[in-house]
Design a protein around this ligand. Structure first.
Ligand code: HEM
Length: 302
């Protein structure tokens, strides 16, 4: 473990800890890809038991077992990395809330493993599978947030800017991840057979304009801001890609009998980009809440 580097402007920045947090976020995205591959290949019940696979630590990786057991292996690795992160934060981090966040991430990954095991043992009940899908997305956003909080740019402190719009950017920024989580849940409900895709498509028609408007507000009000501008541009770009992938998922799913591989690739990419969309909206919300202060009301000012 590296000691903290303490230049005057960055009092508690640890490059090693930050790199570790980034590595955990990248591995978690790969885990989302592995999990989505299980669903898209209908391999959820290829291994009937849990926590062992066919009573073994390492079964023969053939057919659907490759996807289901492969997913379990990546999940175990991410779980171990999360234990390491929680311990590292507990030892080296000065901010108490960051230590707490490390333990929350660890609790989430344990719960996620239990939900994964439960969904296999109970033969994929939609409620458990959808909860597993949503918690995966929330866990990824948590790892991305930890990577942001441990970064050097975060340690430099906020670049305060005043909000002058109505409704306030501080509340709009929180609305976006809330709507996106709902949208991700509707997508998962369709994938796991709990409802038709229509609610998810209508959801996209609501959430996409909200993302566009909030990002336009941010870019219009703070075009030069060093944290807000890149966060808004990233969310815009990722959401654009996600909508295109969503249309692709719909079309390739409709033609899955003709080209199953295209359906698997596009739906898995749509799930993974869904995780990136939610995480980038969380990052924008964090940066807005940190950097943007409430508008001065005329009456109060006078
Ligand atoms: C910002 C917008 C969107 C987000 C964040 C989003 C997110 C997601 C996520 C996360 C899933 C998978 C859930 C899971 O199993 O874990 C999903 C599934 C799906 N989404 Fe979206 N989506 C968006 C827009 C769209 C649009 C515009 C369409 C189509 C017009 C669409 C069509 C689909 C379809 C067809 C699936 C199921 C894929 C499959 O068949 O396996 N999505 N979406």
């Amino acid at each position: 473990m590296k000691a903290y580097v303490t230049p005057s402007s960055t009092p508690s920045y640890s490059p090693g800890l930050h790199r570790y947090a980034v590595a955990l976020a990248v591995c978690t995205l790969l885990l989302v890809v592995a999990g989505a591959s299980v669903t898209s290949n209908q391999a959820g019940l290829s291994v009937p038991d849990w926590p062992l696979s066919y009573g073994q630590v390492m079964p023969r990786m053939t057919g659907g077992v490759l996807f289901e057991h492969g997913h379990r292996m990546v999940a175990t690795f991410v779980g171990m990395l999360t234990i390491g992160l929680a311990i590292w934060l507990a030892i080296a981090e000065r901010r108490r809330w960051m230590k707490t966040l490390g333990w929350i991430a660890l609790g989430a990954v344990v719960l996620q493993g239990l939900l994964g095991g439960l969904t296999v043992l109970l033969l994929l009940p939609p409620a458990v599978s959808v909860s597993h899908a949503c918690l995966a997305q929330l866990f990824f956003s948590t790892t991305v947030a930890i990577a942001v909080f441990t970064s050097q740019s975060w340690q430099k402190g906020p670049e305060l800017a005043r909000d002058f719009g109505t409704p306030s950017l501080r509340s709009l920024a929180v609305l976006v991840p809330a709507l996106l989580l709902l949208q991700v849940g509707l997508g998962a409900a369709f994938r796991h057979g709990a409802m038709t895709v229509m609610a998810h498509i209508v959801g996209a028609m609501v959430v996409t304009p909200v993302v566009l408007i909030v990002c336009a507000f941010v870019l219009h009000q703070f075009p030069e801001h060093r944290a807000l501008r890149p966060a808004a541009i990233a969310l815009l770009a990722i959401t654009g890609a996600q909508v295109l992938l969503g249309i692709g998922a719909y079309l390739t799913r409709a033609n899955a009998d003709k080209n199953p591989l295209a359906m698997v690739i596009v739906t898995v990419a749509h799930v993974a980009t869904g995780a990136l969309t939610l995480a980038s909206s969380v990052v924008l919300a964090i940066q807005v809440r940190r950097n943007v202060t409430a508008p001065i009301r005329e009456a109060v000012a006078a």
